[in-house]
Design a binder for this molecule. Structure first.
Ligand code: SAH
Length: 509
């Protein structure tokens, strides 16, 4: 993709929800050598820029932003060095994003550039707050206005009387000037009962909305404690929120959940929690490393049963077959037992149907399911791919019943280093729930934190354990498990968190 002269893509990142990036924007990130991004951009989008170096050029609390001239210069320098550059901006690059100025500089320097529009916050945040910016019979126009009064520009005020007297008005960068905006609206004769909404961090899980009228909105914002970034919406359409508020009424809206999982598997749980409205902090506590060895010594086809206790076991099986130049036909005569629907799904991806899936996902139920299905275990050869940490109950019990068990250490759990910044951010975030999906997530989580940090988290959080073994590890760490599903899989864990949250919020009403 390296073009000799380089190119700059001015890409709109959308308002926050990572799903609101355009497909073209994603393509540009995938091709980028360098990404320059702002504070309003969701950092998760940077994972698409897998080959790029990413530079933050926005404003961080307490620090000044990178001067615009310097950003312009960097864009020019990188492009002239032949790089594919993405300038990633919150919302749309041309809506109060200074994207126009950057494009002018690039045009002047004859640098090829492309503009990828984004969903601007002024439309997306109201949509997520249940406010259609236009509505038949209610508002037939929309004005996008800056609420910012830049002192360096001599306090230029927007003359609102020059804008539509009717219709919806959306003010960007105006929370600090809310009183002034309200005064101005009064001055031009807008009705005091005009509905108004102020939306903070629209489309992010932390979105909050204050609803009022021209008369009450300032007080309402103070009550809610609205802070930037936020948008001000004025107009009759704001009234529709009372009926259309879909985002903030989802079951886990506002709940802060820390998910401790292996990096490789973190997204399934996160996605399910977020779909219900939770705000998720991913804290990776284990990485899985496949073990490259000559085991198992016997061919896979020699076994009567292969018992897979996790996705990792399935991955290790396929990886080993790949290395040996084999494929699924090796398993033609082998019966497959999978613990957990995710493990079974992994086998299905390779067109392998499982023969047996225990009703509950623990060693005891697996044992009785195999005993029942196999009639006699006497002399049966069973392969058990496992981690370096798995408990010995299942192989021991199978052996007691006459089976010939091969334990194959196929993958290792490796605690990843959590940076001190990440730990500090987690503690400051005050999670209300921390999820654990295995004993090692518990142990690694506790090991990553100091005693005071752990106590700090325990003071605010309830702990969720996927099953009894995990709950025991929580107890061993001196903590209490308050959320534990009947069935030990991710959807059941999510459902248990939902039930727990509903019981709690109903109770406190
Ligand atoms: N180019 C951006 C706007 C940048 S100006 C866009 O098209 O959305 C920055 C202002 O945008 C903020 O002060 C705030 O008023 C608004 N803003 C950006 N993201 C927002 C969000 N998620 N929720 C509410 N307001 C937001």
């Amino acid at each position: 993709m390296d073009s000799p002269s380089g190119i700059v893509y001015l890409v709109g990142a959308g308002p926050g929800d990572p799903g609101l990036l355009t497909l073209r924007g994603k393509e540009c990130l995938e091709q980028a050598d360098v990404v320059l991004y702002d504070a309003l951009v969701n950092p998760r989008l940077l994972t698409y820029a897998s080959r790029a170096s990413c530079e933050f050029v926005g404003k961080r609390a307490g620090k000044t932003r990178t001067p615009q001239e310097e950003i312009n210069q960097r864009l020019v320098d990188y492009a002239q060095a032949g790089k594919v550059v993405v300038r990633l901006k919150g919302g749309d690059p041309f809506v109060f994003g200074r994207g126009g100025e950057e494009a002018e500089v690039l045009a002047e320097q004859d640098i090829p550039f492309e503009v990828v529009p984004g969903i601007t916050a002024g439309i997306a945040a109201p949509a997520y707050a249940g406010i259609p910016v236009t509505h038949r019979g209610v508002a037939t126009s929309l004005s996008i206005i800056t609420g910012h009064r830049d002192p360096t520009l001599g306090e230029t005020t927007v003359d609102l009387s020059a804008l539509a007297q009717e219709g919806t008005l959306v003010f960007y960068m105006g929370v600090g000037n809310l009183t002034r905006v309200v005064d101005e609206l009064r001055r031009i004769g807008r009705d005091r009962a005009t509905p108004m909404a102020v939306i903070e961090r629209g489309t992010w899980p932390e979105q909050r909305t204050a609803l009022g009228t021209l008369d009450t909105i300032v007080a309402r914002c103070q009550q809610v404690g609205i802070e930037p970034p936020a948008l001000i919406v004025a107009g009759e359409v704001a009234r529709l929120r009372e009926r259309l508020n879909w985002f903030e009424s989802r079951p886990l809206y506002g709940l802060r959940v820390a998910v401790t999982r292996s990096q490789a598997h973190v997204s399934g749980l996160t996605a399910q929690l977020e779909a219900l409205g939770a705000s998720v902090f991913e804290f990776p506590t284990i990485d899985i490393g496949l073990v490259d060895s000559d085991e198992p010594a016997s061919a896979f086809s020699d076994f009567d049963w292969i018992v897979l206790t996790s996705i990792n076991g399935a991955d290790a099986l396929f990886a080993r077959m790949d290395r040996l130049g084999q494929d699924a036909r090796m398993l033609a005569g082998v019966r497959l037992c999978a613990i957990g629907s995710a493990t079974a799904a992994r086998l299905e991806q390779r067109f392998l149907h499982v023969d047996l899936m225990p009703e509950r996902y623990d060693a005891e139920h697996t044992l009785s399911a195999i005993v029942e299905a196999a009639e006699s275990l006497d002399g049966k050869r069973i392969l058990l791919p496992r981690s370096d940490l798995a408990p010995g109950f299942l192989p021991d019990e199978l052996r007691k019943r006459g089976a010939e068990v091969t334990e194959w250490i196929a993958y290792r759990t490796i605690p990843p280093e959590a940076s001190p910044e990440m730990i500090a951010a987690l503690v400051a975030w005050q999670p209300q729930v921390v999820t654990f999906t295995s004993g090692s997530t518990v142990r690694n989580f506790c090991a990553a934190l100091s005693e005071t940090e752990l106590a700090d988290i325990a003071a605010h959080a309830d702990f969720a354990a996927i099953g009894p073994v995990t709950a025991k590890a929580v107890a061993d760490a001196g903590l209490n498990t308050s959320i534990q599903p009947e069935q030990h899989d991710i959807p059941s864990l999510v459902a248990a968190i939902r039930d727990w949250h509903m019981a709690r919020t109903n109770g406190s009403d």
